[in-house]
Design a protein around this ligand. Structure first.
Ligand code: ZN
Length: 307
């Protein structure tokens, strides 16, 4: 059944040119929006200046355009939204849901506890009442000993207890840097996103996003995570692992490969006839009409399909 009033988004960070892994994520979110007769928005997540590469945002948009993605609004740049993130964190501080933490890296290394999800902050600064206006300190979100239940469209029912699993997490880094979880929560709500489609590597942020929505009284979107794409060494394709910029040649073949990695049964004749850039429209038409989320592989990661 199709969803009503669907609004989806693709939210790349401009840490380098678009690589194949991001193209697969863009394709999944685009098809899910188009299949549901919804809107598809692009958001540039440029709030982490040290990781950004000059010109990368434009390069990403150009590549998307080349692949004939069509977005329904002017792209939103997170760098223009700092006041909104600040105001959200201030509201959490006023509710006593956030506090300043003065732990150094060394303190954390000595005190951090192991948990199911890896590492857990033990709440060292929870009751110190440090100055939350001091920009040399990180701000942490108070987490609760309560289960957060949600249904991911690909991975099914999930349950997390933030306090037990990760403890009070940083939501605002020193020097005025909002965390991914905070910025994404504020912007998904601001843009009216009804469903978040993104890579499995971001699944761990979902219970935090839901918790922040509850505290800030924002609507909770649906979530659909997709497997992440690995390189031949088994690493996630990313700027850090040296993923190549996507080629603007043979866009048809690249798009067909992305569809196959998303489990969509591309007909052989369409595949054979669609290596070049001219056939992109034809592939999109097929893909939008036949898009089926149930076919997305329910695994955490995939190697790109060979051929
Ligand atoms: Zn601390």
């Amino acid at each position: 059944m199709k969803q009503q009033n669907y609004i989806g988004r693709f939210a790349p960070s401009p840490s380098g040119p678009l690589h194949y892994g991001s193209l697969v994520a863009a394709t999944a979110s685009y098809l899910q929006a188009k299949y549901n007769n919804g809107k598809w928005l692009v958001r540039i997540e440029d709030i982490d200046p040290p990781r950004e590469v000059a010109g990368a945002a434009n390069e990403i948009l150009k590549t998307l355009e080349h692949f004939q993605f069509e977005w329904d609004q002017t792209p939103l740049y997170q760098s223009t939204r700092r006041e909104q993130y600040r105001s959200a964190v201030n509201s959490l501080i006023q509710q006593n849901q956030a506090y300043a933490c003065s732990c150094s890296r060394k303190d954390l290394a000595n005190n951090i506890q192991k948990s199911e999800l890896g590492k857990r902050y033990p709440g060292t600064c929870a009751n110190k009442q440090l100055n939350t206006r001091e920009t040399s300190l990180n701000l942490r979100l108070r987490t609760k000993n309560e289960n957060i239940n949600f249904q991911d469209i690909t991975y099914g029912k999930l349950r997390h207890n933030l306090l037990k699993e990760i403890g009070d997490i940083i939501i605002y880094r020193k020097l005025d840097l909002p965390s991914y979880a905070l910025a994404v929560t504020i912007d998904d709500a601001y843009q009216g996103i009804t469903e978040v489609v993104r890579g499995y590597d971001l699944l761990a942020f979902t219970p935090i996003q839901i918790y922040l929505c509850q505290l800030l009284q924002l609507p909770i979107p649906k979530f659909l995570h997709i497997p992440i794409i690995l390189n031949q060494q088994g690493q996630k394709l990313s700027k850090q692992t040296g993923a190549d910029a996507i080629s603007k040649q043979n866009c048809g073949s690249v798009l067909v490969q992305a569809l196959k990695d998303l489990g969509q049964p591309v007909p052989e004749n369409l595949e054979k006839e669609s290596s070049g850039n001219d056939e992109l429209g034809q592939i999109w038409n097929w893909a939008i009409k036949h898009w089926n989320v149930d076919n997305i592989p329910k695994i955490k990661q995939v190697y790109p399909s060979q051929n």
